[in-house]
Design a protein around this ligand. Structure first.
Ligand code: CMP
Length: 147
């Protein structure tokens, strides 16, 4: 085992049928998918997950978007998983990623700064918080913690 990070395929990725491409890209990049679950987030859960952004002007729109359809949440394992997954998904703004990182997942599947197809933890500290937010990782099963 290496390091763990949290990956999420957002509603635009699910609705746009990008799931197979994204998971194939993940596996081809030597990540191991340790856990995965598809969830329809409610507003309370979405607000908790994105709490660090709660004061931003885009927060209400972000909550509308992330609760608009199911999301697929995965725990990825690899040496340097956090930085490798961030590199693979590319810049937050998918419209800019198309110009600067055309082979990134966000460039290929996303649309703009909000509808950017995937999420990735930005640090090992965030990864630990985000993984325990969705998964009970004290056992090996795919249990989702209650909150
Ligand atoms: P993510 O990496 O999941 O982290 C926070 C999310 O908020 C981000 O991807 C985007 O979906 C959204 N976001 C970030 N910045 C903006 C912005 N300036 N305008 C709208 N949405 C944003």
């Amino acid at each position: 085992f290496g390091e763990r990070t949290l990956a999420m395929i957002k509603p635009d990725g699910i609705v746009g049928n990008h799931t197979h491409f994204i998971k194939t890209t993940i596996l081809a990049s030597s990540f191991t998918i340790l856990q995965e679950i598809t969830l329809q987030l409610d507003r309370h859960t979405a607000q908790g997950f994105y709490a660090e952004h709660s004061s931003r002007t885009f927060f209400p729109d972000l909550i509308d978007f992330i609760t608009s359809a199911p999301v697929l949440i995965m725990v990825l394992d690899k040496v340097s998983a956090v930085s490798d997954w961030r590199a693979l998904i590319g810049p937050t703004d998918a419209s800019k990623a198309k110009l600067t990182h055309p082979h990134s997942i966000r460039a290929m599947c996303g649309v703009n700064v909000q509808r950017n197809c995937v999420h990735g933890s930005d640090s090992t500290k965030s990864a630990a918080r985000e993984i325990s937010f969705f998964f009970n990782h004290t056992d090996s099963g795919g249990n989702v913690s209650e909150h």
